[in-house]
Design a protein around this ligand. Structure first.
Ligand SMILES: O=C(O)CCC(=O)C(=O)O
Ligand SMILES: [Fe+2]
Length: 355
């Protein structure tokens, strides 16, 4: 007979008929502020993060307004083919449908983040999350794919490579738009301009494939707990089952309903720093479902490699708006984030900002 620990291995959560105590979350006051965007109400205006058509001539203003208000928006007409979105979704399904033992053969090592496992933010929470994931942060995914798909790994590696290439282009385009809405350009970020001129990458991309199995008691479970992404920005593709919620003080938790071909963009901590606090990094989480499992694919566009110092863009600071954050490398920021989690921004805040 399997031990209890084996039974509740994250690789087969979907087969559990009851919610184990270790996965049961207590509702907080903030949770009761939930307002689903699909709620039908006579007096409440339906609210969710806007969908922006990237071919709209006013795209810069629209992105600026949405990111200042929400720290997030959705995009249509983004140029990523439906086939590629379908391909990466079906790759994820194939992976998560494998038996637990097989998935564990591709588990991330203690030191690395790449590979199969629990959400990276798990250690910061008392309760366990109702999800499993696979992180692609470097080339080691090729070895993992070789283990998972000894015959088909070339095909699956090809899909990842194409996804990374396409997402990188889209992420840069979104960066330019968001900067444009603040009246600055990439030339105003000395390091980004230098990297661009030398043909190097401005940001470093990683992919997180998330799977949220069906859950016997979704109201008391949590797929992925509230967090902000550490990134410059994150581009999220969600399958046709909703679960993503974004938080805004004035609105509470708002569900972002999936729509075919529409991607979600979350502004991350690093952009919040660059913008000197003008753009919030959106607090978001994923809820789970009683009848349908859910897949999401996050393209996490992080900071530059090496010792590049990231700081608020000088054009966005001045006597009336002193720099709110000290400069920091991407590596250093990640270290702080995975030590103090939601206090990371406070940890780098300038105590008495003057200019
Ligand atoms: O599954 C989702 O909708 C959210 C995923 C997410 O926030 C993440 O991977 O950082
Ligand atoms: Fe996230």
């Amino acid at each position: 007979m399997p031990s209890l620990a084996e039974e509740i291995c994250i690789g087969n959560l979907g087969s559990l008929q009851t919610l184990p105590e270790s996965f049961t979350w207590k509702l907080t006051a903030a949770d009761s502020l939930l307002r689903p965007s699909s709620a039908v109400s006579f007096d409440a205006v339906e609210e969710s993060i806007p969908v922006i058509d990237l071919s709209n001539p006013d795209v810069t203003t629209l992105i600026g307004d949405a990111s200042k208000t929400w720290g997030a928006f959705q995009i249509a007409n983004h140029g990523i083919s439906q086939k590629l979105l379908d391909d990466i979704e079906s790759l994820s399904k194939t992976l998560f449908d494998m038996p637990s033992e097989r998935k564990l053969e591709a588990a991330s090592s203690d030191k690395g983040v790449s590979g199969y496992g629990e959400p990276r933010i798990s250690p910061f929470f008392e309760k366990k999350m109702w999800s499993e994931g696979f992180t692609i942060a470097d080339d080691s995914y090729r070895n993992h794919f070789n283990t998972l798909w000894p015959h088909d790994h070339t095909k699956y590696c090809g899909i990842i490579q194409e996804y990374v290439d396409e997402m990188e282009k889209l992420a840069s385009r979104l960066l330019y738009c968001t900067l444009g809405s603040l009246g600055v350009t990439v030339e105003d970020i000395e390091w980004a301009h230098k990297l661009e001129k030398s043909g190097s990458k401005v940001g470093r991309g990683a992919i997180r494939l998330n799977h949220y199995p069906v859950c016997p008691e979704p109201e008391r479970a949590m797929g992925l707990a509230a967090h902000t992404d550490s990134t410059i920005l994150t581009i999220l593709h969600q399958s046709n089952t909703g679960g993503l919620q974004v938080f805004r003080e004035e609105s509470g938790w708002v569900t972002v309903e999936p729509a075919p071909g529409v991607l979600v963009v979350n502004m991350g901590d690093l952009f919040h720093i660059l913008s000197n606090g003008k753009i919030p990094s959106v607090v978001h989480r994923a809820k789970v479902n009683h009848t349908r499992s859910r897949i999401s694919i996050a393209y996490l566009w992080g900071g530059p490699a090496g010792d590049v110092q990231i700081a608020p863009i000088s054009k966005l600071t001045g006597p009336a708006e002193p720099s709110l954050y000290r400069s920091i490398t991407w590596k250093e920021y990640l270290q702080i984030k995975y030590e103090v989690f939601d206090k990371a921004m406070d940890a780098i805040r300038v105590v008495n900002p003057t200019n």
